[in-house]
Design a binder for this molecule. Structure first.
Ligand code: NAD
Length: 447
């Protein structure tokens, strides 16, 4: 799906006119290509203490980046990392934040700002809690100020999690890289030191077998491509009616196809049976199949309500139950479910859809503890406006407006959701449990 406005405001005469009229100026986003350097330019690490030192050492050592601890004149930074895990009072924020402020006007296009902080809990001294929670507000506001396709995201460490924990390192790499092009203004909490760093950052899913439902088109097809690119063997699942497209996807990723309606009572058993028979194991399940049947609640009918809940949430619950009781889904398994910002913020005409997607968020939170004993996780990804067949059906004017209602002033691409799914499915994300990561360009709606 193409965004004509984005193309117009980035070319020649129309670019000038848009600027003069003060119209939104969405910047083309850089997306990930294998082999691409992690950052094209230096990174400024601000903050003092052992954690800041450890982060700087990681970036300059294994990741081979040019790291500065103090802003240097005439350098255009590609990233700024604010290491704020050791702040104890809001005034501790002043020096690092103002140091970062000094370089914001000269960031490279598509730069990255990442905060590292600790979650505030009721046991904290009030000043400590204020400083920690202050980082959340700071990050969300800063992300709204960045331009040129730059993003700001934060990693929040729970008690006992060190900055070198696999999921902190994995999340830092994800947020710095172009894989997170459309993730903006988000704070991802790391709960534990579980997980492991991949042998290769380019192929983190090597040796893993992944099932993707609704893989024939749109976001699901992109997830299949992305997981395969990252090394996974992919089973593409979709309705029998989507057979031809699904086979094309399965062939493209050198995986296998399974024609299956996910609402079938034995869907979980059939998925497991197929994965074990064809590939010998099952490690990752991506619940992506989803439908909309929009109607105001006052006009709602069982025909519009029932299928949305059946596909978007009941099927996921039933499949998970089958996997969890099978004894064959126990080697650091990963479940990633597609939620939606509608399930968080609500959306007029989508009570059925939002009930199902809010349901997904509750489900992953309650499913994650059931998987923890096997080093497994369940998480959700909540896309905002993504350019797919689903959003192409939105009336043209509403669609134009919806695209601009986020800090990046454009819709995301299916691959943006897929990259986030791939990160949560990766070994490094083992300490991210029961969370929702939004892929919405920092949509103005919701928390
Ligand atoms: P899409 O309509 O383009 O594709 C959905 C796929 O799911 C289709 O291939 C369809 O055949 C398949 N499917 C539907 N019912 C199925 C069933 N019962 N069994 C098996 N397969 C089934 O949708 P999309 O835009 O790619 O969305 C993918 C997911 O992302 C959905 O869960 C959707 O709710 C979610 N999402 C999308 C957006 C967006 O902006 N496009 C925003 C938020 C959330």
């Amino acid at each position: 799906m193409s965004d004509t406005y984005l193309n117009l405001v980035n070319s020649g005469f129309t670019k000038k006119v848009a600027k003069q009229l003060g119209l939104p100026q969405p910047a083309p986003l850089r997306r990930y290509r294998p082999g691409q350097p992690l950052l094209e330019g230096a990174v400024l690490v601000v903050g003092r203490g052992t954690d800041a030192d450890a982060v700087a050492a990681l970036l300059s050592g294994p990741w081979d980046l040019e790291v500065h601890r103090n802003p240097e004149p005439d350098v255009r930074y590609a990233a700024v990392v604010l290491a704020l895990t050791q702040v104890e009072h809001p005034t501790d924020l002043t020096a690092p934040v103002l140091a970062a402020a000094g370089v914001l006007k000269s960031l490279t296009k598509g730069a990255r700002v990442v905060t590292l902080s600790r979650s505030s809990v009721p046991d904290d001294a009030p000043a400590v809690a204020a400083a920690r929670q202050g980082v959340d507000g700071l990050l969300r506001s800063l992300a709204k100020e960045l331009r040129g396709g730059s993003t700001g995201n934060g990693i929040v460490l729970e008690a006992g999690v060190g900055v070198e924990a696999p999921s902190v390192v994995g999340a830092l790499r994800f947020f710095l890289s172009t894989r997170s092009a459309f993730v903006d203004g988000q704070l991802l909490t790391v709960s534990s030191e579980a997980g492991s760093l991949p042998g290769s950052w380019e192929r983190p899913l090597e040796g893993r077998v992944a099932v993707v439902t609704g893989a024939a088109r749109g976001i699901g097809a992109s997830i299949a491509d992305t997981l395969a690119r990252d090394g996974a063997t992919v089973v593409a699942v979709d309705m029998p009616a989507a057979g031809e497209h699904m086979t094309a996807v399965a062939n493209r990723v050198r995986g296998t196809a399974l024609q299956l309606d996910v609402t079938a009572p034995d869907a979980g058993e059939r998925i497991l049976e197929h994965a074990l028979a064809r590939h010998g194991r099952l490690d990752i399940v991506i619940h992506n199949a989803g439908i909309t049947r929009d109607k105001l609640l006052a006009n709602m009918t069982p025909e519009k309500w029932d299928p949305v809940l059946a596909v978007n949430i009941t099927a996921q619950l039933r499949i998970n139950e089958a996997l969890l009781t099978s004894g064959d889904f126990t080697d650091a398994p990963r479940i990633v479910s597609l939620a939606s910002t509608s399930g968080i913020a609500g959306n007029r005409g989508q009570t059925n859809y939002a009930a199902s997607k809010g349901g997904v968020i509750g489900m992953v939170r309650a499913t994650a503890p059931l998987l923890e004993a096997f080093g497994g996780t369940a998480n959700a990804v909540a896309p905002g406006f993504i350019e797919t067949d689903m959003t192409a059906r939105i009336p043209a004017v509403t669609r134009q407006v919806a695209r601009r209602l986020n800090s990046l002033q454009q819709g995301g691409q299916p691959v943006d959701v897929a990259e986030t799914v791939a990160f949560l499915a990766s070994p490094a994300a083992g300490g991210v449990v029961g969370r929702v990561l939004r892929v919405c360009g920092q949509n103005m709606v919701g928390q």
